[in-house]
Design a protein around this ligand. Structure first.
Ligand code: NAP
Length: 301
């Protein structure tokens, strides 16, 4: 595979498309807001006027947009991928890197199969940091032979690449991942709350616990941001809310109680209602600060 399309150049998509360019693929991009493609174009990516135009010139199109209806729109919408030249799309593979609903993914894959287009669900984990470094975890659902054909694409953006099973299995695995992100983030905020109230040196506490059995991605990457009050988003509150809604829908359909995850979802919803939805998920620390009547940043220690 040589000619790859990338649709959706947000925080994750721009970095991942950039790594495809660096790996030597011939990359054609589209984004709803055209200006976000300018850095990639400077580095050699081509611009296409719509997802349909991308599909006309590539063998595989990666998608990285916000939510389930957005994926549906860029595939099946007015100028969507499906509207690309049918002759040329006969062998087309769509690789969806967005985090969306597993059930909807299976529905999309079924609808695309009748047009001879294969869909792989390939959500990622590792944040903006992993996207820039090309070290993401990629969890893939769909036909295994199609996964094998696309392996070089995954290797350009990720380090841990796992075939999880049939269509939807990648998204279901990502839902498990988001439970871990939510609960590890709450653990990070609570451990740091106790450290502040104990008068500990936060930097030292983070350094030693990150290397121990309590370590997590949240602790290593978001802990230092919480300590300095840096709420800039790598991953926005409103996106984790969206993911926990997916978890909620799956758990509800399985009759499975997930009390810890629901608690974090409620806290995150309160943040979004209060206008902090576009801050990074480390803004969960605001809720714990308000409950405990203290501040992390400037706590000294
Ligand atoms: P982002 O920076 O907000 O980017 C979202 C992208 O989707 C933008 O390019 C946006 O276009 C596009 N988009 C949204 N709705 C669209 C629509 N209806 N039609 C066309 N384009 C549309 O978000 P992100 O952080 O890159 O996240 C993208 C996906 O990756 C999400 O599913 C998220 O859950 C997942 N993810 C994110 C992270 C992370 O750490 N950030 C990690 C793992 C997975 P505009 O530029 O025009 O707005």
């Amino acid at each position: 595979m040589k000619r790859i399309g990338y649709v959706g150049l947000g925080i994750m998509g721009e970095a991942m498309a950039g790594n495809l360019v660096k790996a030597g693929f011939d990359v054609t991009v589209w984004n709803r807001t055209e200006s976000k493609a300018s850095r990639l174009r400077e580095h050699g990516a081509r611009w296409a006027g719509s997802p349909a135009e991308v599909a006309e010139v590539v063998e595989a199109v990666c998608i990285n947009v916000t939510d389930t209806p957005d994926v549906e729109d860029v595939i099946f919408g007015r100028d969507g991928i499906l509207k690309g030249n049918p002759g040329d799309t006969a062998e087309l593979v769509i690789i969806d890197n967005s985090t969306i609903n597993p059930e909807a993914t299976r529905d999309f894959a079924g609808r695309l199969a009748s047009d001879g287009i294969e869909l792989l669900d390939a959500p990622v984990s590792g944040g903006d940091v992993g996207a820039m470094a090309g070290t993401l975890s990629v969890m893939v659902g769909g036909k295994e032979e199609v996964f094998d054909r696309c392996k070089s694409v995954f290797e350009a953006v990720g380090k841990t690449i796992t075939y999880c099973g049939p269509s939807g299995a990648g998204q279901a695995t990502k839902a498990c991942n988001q439970i871990l992100c939510a609960l590890n983030l709450l653990g990070t905020c609570e451990a740091m709350a106790l450290a502040v109230r104990e008068g500990l040196n936060l930097e030292k506490m983070l350094s030693v616990t990150t290397a121990g059995a309590g370590g997590s991605w949240s602790l290593a990457n978001l802990g230092p941001q919480i300590a300095t009050g840096d709420m800039n988003p790598g991953f926005m509150v409103e996106l984790l809310n969206k993911d926990l809604n997916i978890v909620h829908d799956e758990a509800k359909s399985l009759g499975l109680p997930l009390p810890g995850t629901h608690l974090v979802a409620d806290f995150l919803r309160s943040l979004e209602t209060a206008g902090f939805g576009r801050e990074g998920t480390q803004a969960l620390s605001r809720v714990i600060e308000n409950l405990g009547g203290f501040r992390y940043a400037g706590s000294g220690g």
